[in-house]
Design a binder for this molecule. Structure first.
Ligand SMILES: Nc1ncnc2c1ncn2[C@@H]1O[C@H](COP(=O)(O)OP(=O)(O)OP(=O)(O)O)[C@@H](O)[C@H]1O
Ligand SMILES: [Mg+2]
Length: 408
């Protein structure tokens, strides 16, 4: 918007930024022109971009109507940076975006590797250059290296959450993705991160299945595979007793994620809020639902929505129709043979235990663990077991081996 406003020679343009330090470079990159400090008494040059940065609490002392005329005459633009209010005759250009080439240039100077710089850039949507520099420094001080997962961790710990919005850690010791999800990520990753035709950018997934089958963990895995932040939108948590406030909170949170694109938005357990059986008399839920439906279908940002549910049958069909959700994936848990492989893999994440077991012992251990997990299930007719139940069963088995092994 800022670029357009300057190109259109709008006389007075208001912008907001959290990074005034790098603003001259950002403007230069955006409009290919240097911004000049506004001289206090003129003269005002032609086709020039002037800038005034407001300091909090200090009046600017500018005569805006006089400046409006002068700028119009000179075909120049005056940028007002962080004015306390946007009033007539300012045009509101909103937040200054950081141009991608500038961020790339900065990161390239840090890691000296174009491909890695590009990967890192994707995880930093919505950050200012100042924030990028800080996140890089903090990550390097902690890890002695700069990787996408490390950067995401730092970003998460410095994230200022709001009511109903949190950034979620995507790091997991072990996640074995269902084959369909793995295939989907493989096929869609490039379209999501670099696709230029917005019709081909994936929009969303619905994970349906029994408890403990890896739906929430699946959302973390997707964000981690894409190398972008994961935000959890807690629709129930944005509810407010004041009329209209809940919808406003939810939309604000969605807009915030839009601003941090590319990103993954997780709406966990949607049926808890939007099941067809829930009727609240205030109509808040219905309004929130229609706002969410609107955003899901209309947002143009690179934000992938992952919804999870234990029962898609109770969800209104429009919530996951094509155009909002690309695919519904069923999380079924594992049959006995799959469960044994899964258990072996989980044991493998405990190196000390794994080292103690030869292949025959490992198979016997896996059999025992799967049997115990299946026995714990109430429904004996269903042969499938959840990964959560299996993982717990592995942990109990390892604890049974004694403290020295369990520490590994
Ligand atoms: N595919 C998997 N690979 C590895 N671990 C898994 C997998 N699926 C589930 N788990 C284990 O089970 C735990 C619970 O998984 P998760 O929270 O994703 O389940 P869920 O499907 O979201 O359950 P619910 O419907 O109850 O929310 C995870 O923390 C992890 O330990
Ligand atoms: Mg879950």
């Amino acid at each position: 918007m800022l670029k357009l406003a300057i190109e259109a020679q709008l006389p007075i343009v208001a912008v907001q930024t959290r990074d005034t330090l790098n603003l001259p470079e950002v403007i230069q990159e955006l409009v290919k022109k240097k911004a000049v400090q506004l001289p206090s008494n003129g003269p005002y040059l032609e086709k020039t971009v002037y800038a005034v940065v407001f300091e909090p609490g200090k009046p600017s002392g500018l005569n805006l109507s006089m400046l409006y005329e002068k700028m119009t005459k000179a075909e120049s633009t005056l940028l007002l940076v962080n004015p306390p209010q946007v009033t007539e005759p300012m045009f509101d250009a909103g937040e200054v975006p950081v141009p991608r080439p500038l961020m790339l240039k900065f990161l390239n100077a840090v890691v000296e590797n174009q491909k890695r710089a590009e990967e890192l850039t994707r995880g930093l949507g919505g950050c200012t250059l100042k924030e990028v520099a800080e996140l890089c420094r903090l990550t390097m001080a902690r890890d002695n290296s700069l990787t996408v997962p490390g950067l995401m961790e730092t970003r998460k710990s410095s994230f200022q959450g709001t009511r109903g919005l949190t950034q979620v850690d995507t790091k997991q010791t072990y996640y074995d993705p269902p084959a369909a999800l793995q295939k989907w990520v493989h096929a869609e990753k490039a379209f999501f991160l670099t696709g230029t035709d917005h019709r081909l950018i994936p929009r969303g997934l619905l994970f349906d299945g029994l408890p403990g089958t890896g739906k929430t963990a699946g959302a973390k895995w997707v964000a981690e595979q894409f190398g972008v932040p994961l935000y959890r939108v807690d629709i129930g948590g944005t509810k407010n007793k004041y009329v209209g406030q809940s919808e406003a909170n939810m939309l604000m949170n969605l807009a915030r994620i839009d601003g941090d694109e590319p990103a993954v938005a997780l709406i966990d357990e949607v049926e808890k809020v939007f099941s067809t059986g829930i009727h609240d008399t205030s109509g808040t839920t219905a309004t929130m639902m229609s706002q969410l439906l609107w955003w899901l279908a209309e947002h143009k940002s690179r934000v992938l929505t992952v919804m999870t549910t234990n029962n898609s049958k109770v969800l209104p069909r429009e919530l996951y129709r094509e155009g909002r959700i690309d695919e519904v994936m069923w999380f079924a848990g594992l049959d006995t043979a799959e469960a044994k492989e899964f258990v072996k893999a989980v044991i493998g994440t405990f190196p000390k235990v794994k080292a103690k077991l030869d292949p025959v012992e490992l198979t016997i251990a896996a059999d025992t663990i799967v049997k115990r997990a299946s026995l714990a299930l109430k429904d004996a007719t269903d042969q499938r077991v959840s990964q959560a139940a299996l993982t717990k069963s592995v942990h109990e088995y390892i604890k049974g081996l004694g403290n020295s092994l369990a520490k590994g």
